[in-house]
Write a protein that binds this ligand. Structure first.
Ligand code: G3I
Length: 444
């Protein structure tokens, strides 16, 4: 019996994809990093960067080796660059931008207008003065970085959580009204016409009241010619807020409005295979949406994450690559360099199929590695209170909770090297849209 995880295994697919990547970058190991593998798919792969870690050698070497875009984690926020009115301090942000530029990385600008990390003086201004201050802030910051930022989060987190679909209270909203967002985008376009202008938010990753409200705003902006080029989906996930089952569909509906979509602050709490599979689902969703132009993870290493105890990133505190790293690399069509030890017996991948209000169908594709296999098996875990109500093209058994299905083939499951088969199942949502999580694939 040969047992390997699904994650290392997709290296075979990566190997197949690698030839195109080599041509693009001109180096022999082109697709062995996140950035080069993403480039092979026409995307950037970025990380949030904190200026105060740029003196730490493994932090910098991990950043420089793996990532092709950098987002200052805090250094471009209002309280960092304009703590005192009309007195701008760009030192820490400049450090990140020059480092990124010296390594050929792109930079995402984060963020111009946000209710948080806002110096208190902004909240004391009267309406007319606040309007002047907001436009001055946008203009001065964008002019300082003109030509150096590929995308700006012009407005961040302007909508409330929950079902209201309402705008969040902030000095901007409360004094300038709904029109502040539009005004911010118009000012931003004038300040740096080459930068992509994004609206960025969290809890908008699936179809829900909050994302519907953002969707309606973007549709209205496009209809009226208000300049907006992209929508950022922060994608902070954990067990209470898992990757939604309609993540890809949600990205696609925004893209269909005529804007790019970007995954801007990705992190997923957890560990091991479950975390790896969730990361893989996110990457595959982005790759399936042609206007999903890039992915940024919210930090380089778990140890400096804003939620370090949830170990949500791709490198552990010692800069070791985690299973989630390998899952992302393989989902991007890359292949691990060094070590490795051959291809795995088989790999599994998930895709959502038809969906109705109360249920959706899932499909799992099982692919043999570099050798022929038989008797493959894998698990599919659904999130309670979801239940699997039907299956096809396989023989299932269940754990005591009824949430973990172990699937075996009908018959001997023989697959030639590199060949695939698939099985399907129906998930009753019971109120949850979470995507199923796949276990590893084993075979004899
Ligand atoms: O730099 C000071 C330090 O001098 C001081 O000793 C220390 C103690 O309070 O605070 C330090 O500042 C902290 C800063 O991070 C830098 O580490 C702030 O208190 C802390 O509030 C700040 O947290 C940031 C948070 O935004 C603020 O809301 C996180 O690093 C940052 O990851 C997080 O990022 C946000 C995105 O901008 C928007 N989307 C959500 C995301 C996660 O919350």
């Amino acid at each position: 019996m040969v047992t390997r995880t699904s994650i290392g295994a997709l290296g075979m697919a990566g190997l197949l994809a690698a030839s195109g990547v080599i041509a693009l970058s001109g180096t022999a190991d082109a697709a062995s990093t996140l950035g080069s593998a993403a480039a092979g798919k026409g995307r950037y792969f970025g990380a949030a960067v904190a200026a105060n870690h740029l003196g730490e050698a493994p932090y910098v070497s991990t950043l420089d080796t793996e990532f092709t875009s950098a987002t200052p984690e805090n250094e471009m926020k209002w309280d960092a660059v304009e703590r005192t009115r009309n007195s701008f301090t760009f030192g820490a942000a400049d450090q990140i931008v020059s480092h990124a530029q010296s390594k050929g990385m792109k930079v995402r600008g984060h963020t111009l207008v946000w209710h948080s990390q806002l110096p208190s003086w902004v909240g004391t201004l009267g309406t007319a003065d606040l309007r002047t201050a907001m436009n001055n802030h946008i203009t001065k910051v964008m002019q300082h970085y003109k030509g150096k930022i590929h995308s700006w989060d012009v407005v961040n987190e302007a909508f409330q959580d929950g079902n209201s679909g309402a705008r969040r209270s902030s000095p901007f909203q409360d004094k300038l009204g709904n029109g502040f967002i539009e005004e911010a985008f118009r000012t931003a376009r004038a300040a740096d016409p080459a930068a992509k202008l994004c609206y960025n938010d969290y809890n908008t990753d699936g179809v829900n009241a909050k994302s519907n409200a953002v969707y309606n705003m973007v549709r209205d902006f496009k209809a009226r010619g208000v300049p907006i080029d992209c929508v950022g989906f922060q994608s902070h996930f954990n067990s209470a807020s898992p990757v939604p089952g309609d993540y890809q569909a949600n990205l696609q509906r925004f893209a269909d409005l005529g804007v790019d979509v970007q995954i801007t602050e990705l992190d997923i709490e957890g560990s091991g295979t479950a975390q790896a599979n969730s990361y893989s689902n996110v990457v595959r969703a982005c790759l399936a949406v042609s206007r999903c132009t890039g992915i940024t993870v919210w930090g380089v290493t778990d140890k400096y994450s804003w939620r370090a105890s949830g170990t949500p990133l791709l490198f552990d505190g010692n800069y070791n690559k985690k299973p989630a790293y390998t899952a992302v690399l393989t989902a991007l069509g890359g292949t691990s360099s060094g070590g490795g030890g051959g291809t795995a017996a088989c790999t599994v991948s998930y895709s959502k199929q038809e969906e109705w209000s109360d249920r959706f169908n899932g499909k799992v594709t099982v692919t043999a590695g570099g050798s022929a296999i038989g008797n493959w098996t894998t698990t599919v875990t659904v999130t309670s209170p979801q239940k699997i109500s039907a299956t096809w093209n396989g023989t299932p058994t269940w754990d005591s909770s009824g949430n973990v299905m172990t699937m075996k083939p009908n018959g001997n499951g023989s697959l030639a090297a590199g060949a695939s088969t698939s099985f399907g199942f129906t998930v009753m949502k019971n109120g949850s849209n979470a995507a199923p999580v796949l276990g590893s694939c084993t075979a004899s």
